[in-house]
Design a protein around this ligand. Structure first.
Ligand SMILES: Nc1nc2c(c(=O)[nH]1)N=C([C@H](O)[C@H](O)COP(=O)(O)OP(=O)(O)OP(=O)(O)O)CN2
Ligand SMILES: [Zn+2]
Length: 120
């Protein structure tokens, strides 16, 4: 049996994307609203019936959100090419914490139905 606790957050950000598929809109600076979900499991036995207190998870999410929200993603240190895939990796890595185990991260663009999920 396994247990997961998840939280969802959103951020608005701009980016450009050079692609093999020729797309002028992608090359121009444009923006998306991204929705991200982080799912974590316990680092050990449940503590007081909690995987982790949601307040602690929310604080960690706030810290990663700050690096992305209202930023030009092309310039975010450590992100690399601003794709959904790299955003998943970025959030996954920045949520690492000895108090929990990150199980998966999903980043979506609800307006276009695009989503990427990175799990262990
Ligand atoms: N594997 C991925 N492919 C693409 C990503 C991504 O994150 N991972 N991202 C994009 C763009 O961010 C883009 O803004 C969305 O592109 P698209 O849906 O293709 O829309 P366009 O306006 O560029 O229209 P086209 O019809 O494709 O010209 C793209 N790919
Ligand atoms: Zn885009």
């Amino acid at each position: 049996m396994s247990i997961e606790l998840s939280q969802r957050f959103f951020f608005d950000a701009a980016h450009t994307l050079e692609r093999a598929h020729d797309s002028a809109p992608s090359r121009r600076v444009h923006g998306h609203t991204y929705h991200a979900t982080v799912a974590v499991g316990p680092a050990g036995p449940l503590d007081a019936g909690m995987v982790v207190d949601l307040a602690l998870l929310r604080a960690a999410i706030a810290s990663v959100r700050e690096r992305l929200d209202h930023h030009l993603l092309d310039e975010v240190p450590g992100l690399g090419r601003p794709t959904l895939e790299n955003l998943c990796r970025f959030v996954f890595d920045h949520m690492a914490d000895p108090r929990w185990t990150v199980q998966w991260v999903q980043v979506e663009r609800p307006a276009s139905g695009d989503a990427c999920r990175l799990g262990r």
